[in-house]
Design a protein around this ligand. Structure first.
Ligand SMILES: Cc1cc2nc3c(=O)[nH]c(=O)nc-3n(C[C@H](O)[C@H](O)[C@H](O)COP(=O)(O)OP(=O)(O)OC[C@H]3O[C@@H](n4cnc5c(N)ncnc54)[C@H](O)[C@@H]3O)c2cc1C
Length: 297
């Protein structure tokens, strides 16, 4: 389908030149050429089957690991937040749609007396973003709890990947970037509510102690290099509290960049690149971005 026919066909489902800053934790970034809010999988498949090849796709879950650049995204942004059902079957397997938040899933598991998913309470993302990043906290990661995931590609074709087929590694996957995650099946174990709640309370307390809260941030900026901690290296390189424009390295956790005033995406990215340079110079170690930087500079 050519671009004009496509735009006309989906006119009542898409929005043009849509501000994206509101969809990310950093609260920065330009506009999406086209925004499509995913409501269900049938309409998503139809949309993708008709999508002209030249249009790129960006998926946004909770936007907690995303830096969208100031000139925005040329192509289609798919927002998954309305795809958020969670259920449990007779074998106690929890299925969560991609846009369900990790915290909602943690609470759903607790309400059904299922343990093992408490760590999700500490990750401010969605299930889709969590699978994509193999996110983790407090000694558990998605890889430990994921059974399989239903996905759709840019041609609108569905496929289910087992945990093993995804090639889940530290904050990433081996499979091709083209897959959009639709829902995930998660394993858990029977537990008592009091045990689950105690673990959850501990997680919340530890978070408050170690991380800046109530601020605009993207979480850990860099992956931990093997055998090292990114925050320690950043501290050693003298970058704690360092600022560029409105972007600042958190005083509390120096692997976090904060949009402290009216920062631009450029301020945040420049600050990250400066930190990378300093860490390489002082510690001789190359940091790699964990935050996904997307869009036109
Ligand atoms: C305060 C704070 C604390 C954090 N703490 C942790 C932590 O302890 N551990 C941790 O691992 N992370 C942490 N993060 C980072 C972030 O929360 C996780 O990476 C989270 O899983 C990202 O999910 P999301 O829905 O926000 O993804 P987004 O930020 O929306 O997207 C991240 C990436 O996933 C892709 N994506 C999103 N949804 C889908 C989908 N359905 N299908 C395919 N691709 C998709 C996006 O295109 C993008 O490439 C933290 C972030 C913040 C702001």
């Amino acid at each position: 389908m050519d671009l004009d026919t496509f735009k006309n066909r989906f006119l009542n489902k898409i929005q043009f030149d849509y501000e994206l800053a509101q969809f990310t934790w950093f609260g920065v970034g330009g506009k999406a050429e086209i925004l499509f809010i995913v409501e269900d999988l049938i309409s998503l498949s139809d949309f993708l089957k008709n999508k002209p090849n030249e249009l790129d796709i960006l998926i946004i879950g909770a936007g907690s690991n995303l830096l969208i650049r100031d000139k925005g995204f040329k192509g289609i942004v798919l927002l998954t937040k309305k795809l958020n059902k969670i259920n449990i079957d007779k074998n106690h397997i929890i299925t969560a749609e991609a846009g369900a938040t990790d915290a909602e899933v943690a609470r759903f598991a607790r309400n059904n007396l299922r343990g093992g998913l408490e760590f999700l309470l500490g990750i401010p993302g969605t299930i889709g973003g969590g699978v994509k990043m193999n996110s983790g906290a407090f000694g558990s990661e998605f890889k430990d709890v994921l059974i399989d995931v239903k996905a759709i590609n840019h041609l609108g074709q569905f496929k289910t990947f087992t945990n093993k087929e995804l090639g889940m590694k530290y904050r990433g996957l081996e499979i091709s970037e083209e897959w959009i995650f639709c829902s995930a099946r998660l394993k858990s174990f029977k537990d008592e509510k009091i045990n689950i709640e105690n673990k959850m309370k501990k997680i919340i307390a530890l978070r408050k102690e170690a991380q800046p809260t109530g601020v605009k941030t993207g979480g850990s900026t860099f992956k931990n290099p093997i055998g090292n901690k990114a925050w320690k290296l950043i501290d050693r390189a003298g970058c704690r509290g360092f600022k560029i424009g409105g972007a600042m390295i958190s005083e509390k956790h120096c692997n976090f960049i904060i949009n402290s005033k009216k920062s631009t995406a450029k301020d945040i990215e420049d600050l990250g690149e400066h930190v990378k340079y300093k860490v390489k110079k002082v510690c001789g170690i190359e940091l790699n971005w964990e935050i996904k930087r997307i869009g036109t500079k």
